[in-house]
Design a protein around this ligand. Sequence first.
Ligand code: G
Ligand code: MN
Length: 238
Amino acid sequence: RAELLLHFQPLVEVGSGQIIAAEALLRWQHPQLGVVAPADFIPLAEETGLIVPIGEWVLRQACEQHRAWRASGHGRLRMMVNLSARQLRDEGFVDMVSRVLADTAMPAGQLTLELTESMLMEGSGCTVEVLERLRTLGVRLAIDDFGTGYSSLAYLKRFPIDELKIDRLFIRDIERNSGDAAIAEAIVKLGHSLGLRVVAEGVESAAQFAILSAHGCDFAQGYHFGRPVAAAAFPLPD
Ligand code: G
Ligand code: MN
C-alpha cells in the first residue's frame, strides 16, 4: 500500500567534518498505527520471508535516491544500505543486487552494504562466496553494530570486509567509562591494522566526537550530525 518509506541519516568524515554518506533506514508509516518502528516489523518480515521483496525495494529505492542526488550534483555522496540474514541466504540475492545496480545506473563503488556479525556467523560456507561475489560487483561491505554480536575475530580475515561500524553501545558513555573508551580505541586500531575504515555510530555530542577524532576514527554517524530524515530534508554537502 505504499506505506513504506526510507529515511536517510548522514555520515561525516571525521577529519573534514564533511557529510560523505547517507545510511538508508526503513520506516513504516501506517495509516492508523502511525510510524511503526523497524524493530516491530522487520523480525516478522524475516520470519515470513517478506524481507526478501522488501529488501529489494529498499535497495532500489536507495539507489534511485542516489541517482537523484547525483543528478543534482552530489555525485560524491555514498549510500549505505542494511541487509538482513534472510536476504543473504536467498539464492537470487547477488543477481538481484546486480540488476538493481544496472537498472539505476548506480556506481557500485559508492554503495556499501551493511551486515551484522551474527549474519556472518550463522551463515554457512556459502556466505563467503556470496560476499566475494558482491565484492566482485564492486560494492563495499561493512559490519554493522560491531562488537555486540558473536565478536569472533576470525571472520574479519575470512570475509572480504571494507568497514567496521562501532556499535553505539560503546560510544554512549565514552566520556565517562574508560572501558568503553578503551574498546572504541581498540576497534579503531584493529580495523586500521586490517586495512579497514572505521565508523562510530550513535555519536550524540561534540565531546564524544572529539574523543573519536583523537583515536583516529574515520567516519562518524549519530544525532550530533543529524537524525534520520526524509530525503527532502537530508543535509546535502555543499
Ligand atoms: O543497526 P543500525 O546501526 O543500522 O541502526 C540504526 C538506528 O540507530 C536507526 O534506527 C537510528 O534511528 C538509530 N540512531 C542513529 N543515530 C543515533 C544516535 O545518535 N543515538 C541513538 N540513540 N540512536 C541513533
Ligand atoms: Mn546500519
